[in-house]
Design a protein. Structure first.
Length: 194
């Protein structure tokens, strides 16, 4: 089977997704199929720097950080593969409840999800995934724009995301989910090693 064999107008479950053997990466949001674009150098540079900062912070703590490709399944009415219609691969996920982690990824909402925008994925990240993460209980959704070097954080409050101001050079990012964690945007977006 190849990606070109699939009907992008059909509804698919995680059972379908898990059976596919082609090399291309895809996501399912409410059963709809989305092709994942290949990230560029700057995307990978930012992802690596953020991942290292989390890894260094999380040493010795009972939380984990994962980078794409890592499946996050969002069950709604069923935890069975045939009843799950949403599986995504965020750029970075921080999971504080280790009972959600299994051999195929994460079953349920991570605490923090980070998406780095690249050409071709902005609508999906800013609309489809925003709604998905908010409705699924992801506590914080971080969006990073690799070209404009900006950072935006949504924090879940009473079931709705509350946006931060737009952050960039000169700003730092903290989160009550990980007390003491600091992401320095000068280091993240600059030419210096993190």
């Amino acid at each position: 089977m190849q990606l070109s064999d699939l009907d992008f107008n059909k509804t698919y479950s995680y059972a379908d997704y898990y059976s596919w053997t082609f090399d291309e990466r895809v996501e399912l949001i409410n059963g709809r199929l989305f092709h994942l674009y290949s990230p560029g150098t700057e995307h990978q540079r930012l992802s690596g720097r953020i991942s290292v900062s989390f890894y260094n912070y999380l040493k010795g703590k009972p939380f984990e950080v994962f980078t794409a490709p890592f499946d996050i399944r969002f069950p709604v009415e069923s935890r069975n593969d045939e009843g799950i219609f949403t599986v995504v691969q965020p750029d970075i996920s921080v999971i504080c409840d280790r009972s959600k982690i299994d051999e195929r990824g994460c079953l349920g909402a991570p605490d923090i999800v980070i998406e780095i925008l690249i050409a071709g994925n902005n609508r999906k990240e800013l609309q489809d995934k925003f709604d998905l993460y908010q409705n699924s209980g992801v506590k914080e959704y971080w969006i990073i724009h690799s070209v404009s070097k900006t950072f935006f954080k949504y924090t879940l409050q009473e079931g709705h995301y509350v946006p931060s101001r737009l952050l960039t050079f000169g700003d730092i990012v903290t989160t009550p989910i990980l007390p003491g964690y600091v992401l320095n945007l000068d280091k993240l977006f600059g030419d210096r090693d993190y």
